[in-house]
Design a protein around this ligand. Structure first.
Ligand code: AMP
Length: 437
């Protein structure tokens, strides 16, 4: 028997469609965005959005399928429902206090991947929820959240955000509006695209979301929810707008911004941008969901929340930085590329280079000592040539620390500072002070 000499090429392993790897050159920016969010929430919010009409990844929990414990599991497509479930399960309402919860984490939806739309993506979100007596229903909560989001985007340096705002009223208001919409759609339905014809029958509110170019004039002429708001919903929305005016947060009323899910009530909003996202231009979305807790079997607990698409924040910041770099290249008077810390990560305090493998243990011991003192260090390997150690150290760190046989036996270290070119031999005990200077 002759064996084929060629072994078949193994298929290369690739990330699952719609997921991406966040490689080290991107993490400073991700960390910067998350640190900004955490700092802001610590000031304004405190920890942890659409149920099930999302396309989801769902499966049967197989080992339990045949038992009475059979259950379906789903990779979470959003977090609001989960947060409200936790609110109910842990009886947070019984504290009587307003709960301000935030979360940062991955979500999963079976959508058609494109720029800014992934099957695994990250959301930064917050929910403000509590019994009515805690002020959870107040229009001030809505305005406070919107003001905080505007500050967050400003703080990150997102330049051209636009807040789109609407009120979808109470569930009673919506029943009346839905009926009016259905009636208005009947005589014009046949002029709409196939998708919208279907929506006109199944969920007329969804027609308002349609991006179908040819249908826009007809859709814009449909009845507006604002004309169907009851006096309470209208007063609530007016107070949200007055508070936004008072703190000078600009907004645009968008009567077509109706989130299609039943539990949304009153204020709904979206922040969009024009740079970097193409058609997926929504940076974040949110709204009030006063009846959700009861829908999930809990107590009455009005609430409002939002979810920011973290991937889209990153794309926008990167596109802005690229735009600035191109501008300053063609026009020297223009502001230069963004010099924020995330663009060029901070250098390490030191790179420790053992001169031979015999000094490897001492190098690790020194790294431990310096890290414990709060310094950032990287350790080389004693088999590296000195030239290579210097090259690596120069790109990574502000100093190189050389550890040879002599240094180890005399408890000293040779340290070179790249900025000045100065090289000295010091007692080990003086290293931290030197590195901090
Ligand atoms: P939603 O939960 O649908 O209101 O989405 C809130 C925000 O999450 C959106 O404004 C987007 O920024 C982001 N987002 C939603 N779906 C995706 C996705 N498939 N890929 C990336 N970001 C998404």
């Amino acid at each position: 028997m002759t064996e084929s000499k060629k072994t078949p090429a193994r298929p290369t392993l690739k990330a699952v469609r719609g997921t991406r790897d966040l490689l080290p050159d991107q993490t400073p920016l991700w960390n910067h965005v998350e640190a900004t969010a955490r700092a802001l929430f610590a000031r304004g919010v405190g920890e942890e959005t659409d149920i099930v009409s999302k396309e989801m990844f769902t499966w049967e929990d197989r080992p339990r399928a045949a038992s009475e414990k059979a259950q379906q599991l789903t990779l979470r497509p959003e977090n609001t429902a989960g947060v409200v479930r936790a609110y109910i399960e842990h009886k947070l309402g019984e504290t009587g206090q307003l709960q301000k919860l935030y979360y940062i984490g991955p979500q999963f939806r079976r959508e058609r991947p494109q720029r800014g739309r992934y099957r695994q993506f990250w959301q930064i979100g917050a929910e403000v929820i509590g019994p009515q007596s805690s002020g959870s229903e107040s229009p001030l909560r809505d305005a406070e959240i919107l003001e905080m989001l505007a500050s967050f985007l400003d703080e990150l340096g997102i330049r051209d955000w636009r807040l789109e705002l609407n009120s979808v009223g109470s569930s009673e208001d919506r029943v009346r509006y839905n009926a009016a919409l259905r009636e208005a759609l009947q005589p014009i339905k046949h002029q709409l695209c196939e998708d919208n014809q279907r929506r006109a029958d199944t969920n007329p509110l969804r027609v308002l979301d349609s991006k179908e170019e040819a249908d826009q004039d007809l859709i814009n002429a449909l009845p507006k929810i604002a004309d169907y708001l009851g006096p309470e919903s209208k007063a609530h929305f007016d107070q949200v707008l007055a508070a936004l005016d008072a703190c000078k947060v600009p907004y645009h009323l968008n009567p077509r911004l109706v989130r299609g899910l039943d539990y949304y009530t009153r204020t709904t909003f979206e922040f969009t941008v024009t740079t970097g996202l193409g058609t997926q231009n929504a940076l974040l979305g949110g709204g009030r969901y006063d009846g959700l807790s009861e829908m999930l079997g809990g107590p009455k607990a009005p609430g409002i929340g939002f979810a920011i698409g973290e991937d889209r924040l990153i794309l926008t910041l990167q596109a802005q930085a690229e735009h600035d770099a191109a501008e300053s290249a063609t026009n020297p008077g223009a502001p230069g590329p963004d010099s924020r810390t995330w663009v060029s990560p901070r250098k390490l305090d030191a790179y420790i280079a053992p001169l031979t493998p015999a000094q490897n243990p001492a190098a690790l011991a020194l790294a431990r000592e310096l890290r414990t003192a709060g310094l950032t260090v990287e350790v080389g390997d004693g088999t590296f040539k000195l030239r290579k150690s210097f090259d690596i150290a120069d790109t990574l760190a502000r100093h190189i620390i050389l550890l040879g046989e002599d240094e180890v036996s005399t408890a000293t270290a040779t340290i070179k500072t790249f900025a000045t070119g100065e090289q000295v031999k010091l007692p080990r005990a003086d290293l931290t002070t030197r590195l901090r200077s």
